[in-house]
Design a protein around this ligand. Structure first.
Ligand SMILES: Nc1ncnc2c1ncn2[C@@H]1O[C@H](COP(=O)(O)OP(=O)(O)OP(=O)(O)O)[C@@H](O)[C@H]1O
Ligand SMILES: [Mg+2]
Length: 341
């Protein structure tokens, strides 16, 4: 763990913490929203490793610098005249190897929190540590972004090259990895997302789910310990959503990758080890999916749904039935309604 000598850093750091937010507060200020214009970012992309790159840097987010560009574009929306307090004293720790789903209504602060993990924002107050490294320290940022890679919503904005393997190589190349290592990492990353057969394909011809898997491979090729996904399935059809979620589950279970997964789909959150619910910049609920979704009325109070089967059990119980209120899946509902013996 990195040396820590700042007074602001809590003394409750656990070796197992991948991400630790203490009293994390973030205020968007007008002057801080002076974003780089797309034309200023154009041309900053490096040549593709596989030497067939196409210059479309203005819409990229596969590697570190590309992610930053993308974030900057996204941030131009939602400005206010004065200040917006997007996070208010968030305390949260995420352990290595955990799969955590982050839920919350629009504007609750999910993306702002995610961007702190990647040091795209630094706290206005409080502290954010990634593997013990304070995101406020300039010197840590490069390493933090290697440890924690981000995936965004729009797969089209995350493609940087005209050939899949070139696209996946973009991140490691920016990290200055040795060519041999890049080749190996790209190969393994494509295998991990089951897209090896598409290594010479044109990203724009792929389906949304395939594009997101390529974007995930682009992060994996940098060998991160943690992957943060900000509504990666929001623009995908059900099949694409399943592909992406399955890929993440596999990475989490087989490679022990820490996954921070922001989603509006409750059925996806059911698959997480832990669910964190945000509301107006604060963490308001935290627990296993069952512990969280069981609280149907509280979830409704923060403007969220629960999985369809949990909702159904809740409604049936209100009609006088006596079902387990913590039912999450269709299978559990079937078993509850038609016990086999
Ligand atoms: N660049 C910005 N400038 C000013 N305010 C912002 C900016 N980005 C976000 N905000 C505000 O910060 C608050 C939190 O926004 P954030 O994007 O983190 O929410 P979110 O939970 O990700 O929402 P969504 O579900 O819509 O993606 C909101 O009030 C939002 O309007
Ligand atoms: Mg968001």
């Amino acid at each position: 763990m990195a040396a820590m000598n700042r007074n602001s850093i809590p003394d409750t750091i656990n070796e197992q913490d991948m991400i630790l937010a203490r009293n994390l507060t973030y205020i968007y200020k007008d002057e801080a929203d002076e974003e780089m214009k797309p034309e200023e970012t154009a041309g900053k992309k490096k040549e593709g490793f596989f030497e067939k790159s196409e210059d479309n840097a203005g819409e990229t987010a596969g590697g570190q610098s590309a992610e930053t560009f993308k974030g900057q574009f996204q941030e131009t929306s939602g400005k206010t005249n004065g200040e917006t307090t997007a996070l208010r004293g968030v305390n949260l720790s995420i352990s290595k190897g955990e799969f955590v789903a982050v839920l919350g209504t629009n504007g609750s602060g999910k993306s702002t929190f995610a961007r702190h993990i990647n040091a795209l924002h630094v706290p206005t107050e409080g502290v954010m540590l990634v593997e013990g490294m304070d995101t406020k320290e300039e010197a840590n940022v490069w390493l933090i972004r290697q440890k924690a890679g981000m995936i965004f919503q729009n797969p089209d904005n995350q493609m940087v090259a005209s050939i899949v393997e070139e696209d996946v190589a973009f991140g490691p190349e920016n990290l200055g990895m040795e060519p041999e290592k890049i080749r190996m990492n790209v190969k393994e990353a494509l295998e991990a997302v089951e897209m090896s057969a598409f290594r010479n394909a044109t990203p724009s011809k792929l389906s949304g789910g395939q594009k997101q898997r390529i974007a995930i491979a682009g992060i994996l090729a940098m060998r991160p310990e943690c992957i943060i996904l900000d509504e990666p399935t929001a623009m995908l059809d059900p099949r694409g959503r399943t592909e992406v979620v399955k890929t993440l589950q596999k990475l989490n279970q087989e490679e022990h990758m820490t996954v921070v997964y922001i989603t509006h789909y409750m059925e996806e959150a059911v698959l997480a080890d832990r669910v964190v619910v945000m509301d107006r910049g604060q963490v308001v609920m935290e627990g296993t999916p069952r512990e969280i979704f069981f609280q149907v009325e509280l979830m409704k109070q923060v403007g969220l749904d629960v999985p369809a089967m949990t909702e159904l059990a809740w409604r049936l119980n209100r009609q006088g039935m006596n079902l387990d209120p913590a039912i999450l899946t269709v299978e559990e509902m079937v078993n509850a309604l038609c016990p086999s013996n």
